[in-house]
Design a protein around this ligand. Structure first.
Ligand code: ZN
Length: 128
């Protein structure tokens, strides 16, 4: 993730892993392995992603970084911790007949709030 913040659609990657697992009935857990990143499900719509960005920045503005007690540790990412909290840590999706069982328009996203570093997502698939 080259920028501090962004959203990446990871649906096709997760679908590929489900297919490779051979599981046809089960559950798929996807979680962000970082305390300043989220995994969430919503619509793949660029207007909505802009709205998230504006809404999160209103709730927890990045600047002034001195407004946050957490940043007294020498970090500048208190806002990213708060943004992560509201966007969630993980999602669990049912696997039905070998496919992720989504509602209409649902897609899986990785949300980054303190990027510019390598980040990881854990995917755990269970079932038969
Ligand atoms: Zn921090």
């Amino acid at each position: 993730m080259p920028d501090r913040r962004g959203f990446i659609n990871i649906t096709s990657k997760i679908e590929e892993l489900v297919q490779r697992s051979g599981v046809t009935e089960g559950l798929c857990l996807v979680n962000a392995m970082h305390i300043t990143a989220s995994v969430f499900i919503n619509d793949n719509e660029s207007g909505l992603h802009h709205d998230y960005e504006a809404w999160l920045e209103k709730l927890a503005p990045h600047a002034p970084t001195t407004a946050y007690r957490h940043n007294r540790t020498g970090e500048d990412n208190a806002d990213a911790h708060l943004k992560r909290q509201i966007m969630g840590r993980e999602v669990v999706v049912a696997i039905t007949k070998g496919k992720l069982d989504f509602g209409p328009w649902e897609q899986i996203f990785y949300g980054e709030f303190d990027g510019r570093r390598r980040k990881r997502v854990l995917v755990k698939i269970i079932g038969e």
